[in-house]
Ligand binder design. Structure first.
Ligand SMILES: Nc1ncnc2c1ncn2[C@@H]1O[C@H](COP(=O)(O)OP(=O)(O)OP(=O)(O)O)[C@@H](O)[C@H]1O
Length: 359
């Protein structure tokens, strides 16, 4: 039973950079929350503050009600796994794991039991006597995870732990870590800038931007109901089409559609799979720039009459050729104004996973 609370935490570095800006988050017992955002959005700084490796400029952090804001890392009930795992190469796997327990004066027989148990858990049973230099990258990262878990932290902190691994291994480890996390029911905060990682692992995703929260929601909600154009553009492939609404009609470069919002500038968010195209010889609203064949589908790069570029997913790539005139029927998922959602259209994405439409 461990709950992490972060309340109005800010970090301003001595050079004046505000890395984290009045950030608040409650992570429930056993929950896995992903911090997702572009480079420089403050994810690592926030995680490092929870781990005690950076001190907040202001704010409060508690674990199970106890203030940990200024507690040194080794005294916190947190375990952190870094991107570069920094295993001790002069020690074998067992000793790497036993080290922290020895420091805590855990009796030898208990050390043996706990290390062996956790090695089994990460799929490395029997690897104790191996030198860590004789392990693959994925195995080393499992040892790094085991080294944190063996200390039985209340909160597990993962900072892009798979970033250095190839795609295939990353996907496998992602599933393994999620399994272990759920089996142990360990409250976890996970930093990534991989949206597929966040979408596939998290109970909730925090989309960060400039040290602040842009949206906190379940993965499917973040994907289907992005609150801001920033989130819409960040998760999956999204066309953000800027136009103007006048008398209930949205128009953009020769294209018009009813939109029940007040007059003014509007940004429509349209997934490529929700932008239907028709090839026409007259009255086109755009021109095909390029068609990419993805085997299962095609992705058409279009140029609208005013030069705006958008993407449309089509079932058969050979239906469209560069230079071909088209009309479009975009089904927007939402309309935004001044950075906030002002209208939801009820259109839902037809693909469950954004990797499908990444182009
Ligand atoms: N020690 C430091 N001194 C000054 N500025 C820093 C320091 N560490 C980080 N920053 C700045 O704080 C901001 C947030 O950095 P942070 O590393 O937390 O972002 P991030 O979202 O984790 O990025 P990435 O995905 O690239 O790791 C950035 O503008 C970064 O340049």
């Amino acid at each position: 039973m461990s709950v992490l609370k972060i309340k109005d935490v800010s970090k301003i570095f001595p050079n004046g950079t505000t890395a984290v800006d009045s950030f608040s988050l409650d992570v429930a017992d056993g929950e896995l929350v992903c911090l997702l955002g572009p480079s420089g959005s403050g994810k690592s700084t926030l995680l490092r503050m929870v781990g005690g490796f950076e001190t907040p400029t202001s704010g409060l952090m508690t674990i199970d009600g106890e203030d940990i804001t200024r507690v040194p890392p080794e005294k916190r009930p947190t375990g952190m796994v870094f991107q570069s795992h920094a295993l001790w190469t002069h020690m074998n796997v067992f000793k790497n794991l036993a080290f922290g327990l020895k420091l805590r004066k855990v009796p030898a027989d208990e050390i043996k039991r706990r290390v062996e148990g956790v090695l089994e858990l990460v799929g490395l049973g029997g690897y104790g006597t191996r030198s860590v230099t004789q392990l693959s990258g994925g195995q080393q990262q499992r040892v790094a995870l085991a080294r944190s878990l063996v200390l039985e932290p209340k909160i597990l902190l993962l900072d892009e732990p798979f970033a250095s691994l190839d795609q295939h291994l990353r996907e496998r480890l992602r599933e393994e870590v999620r399994d272990i996390q759920q089996r142990l029911k360990i409250t976890t905060l996970f930093v990534t800038h991989g949206q597929d990682e966040a979408l596939s692992m998290a109970d909730r995703i925090v989309v960060m931007r400039d040290g602040k929260t842009e949206q906190i929601d379940r993965p499917d909600v973040v994907y289907r109901e992005p609150q801001t154009p920033f989130v819409a553009g960040f998760i999956g492939t999204m066309n953000l089409i800027e136009g103007v609404v006048s008398n209930g009609v949205f128009s953009k470069a020769g294209y018009a559609t009813p939109l029940p919002v007040s007059d003014g500038p509007v940004t429509l968010a349209v997934r490529p799979e929700s932008l239907d195209l028709s090839a026409v010889s007259q009255g086109s609203q755009g021109k095909v720039h390029r068609v990419t064949d993805y085997g299962t589908h095609g992705m058409v790069d279009l140029e609208l009459l005013d030069g705006t570029r958008v993407k449309a997913m089509v079932p058969h790539p050979d239906l469209f050729k560069p230079g071909q005139g088209v009309t479009l029927a975009p089904k927007a998922i939402a309309a935004y104004r001044d950075g906030r959602v002002i209208h939801r259209t009820g259109v839902v994405a037809t693909t469950a996973h954004p990797a499908l439409v990444d182009a």
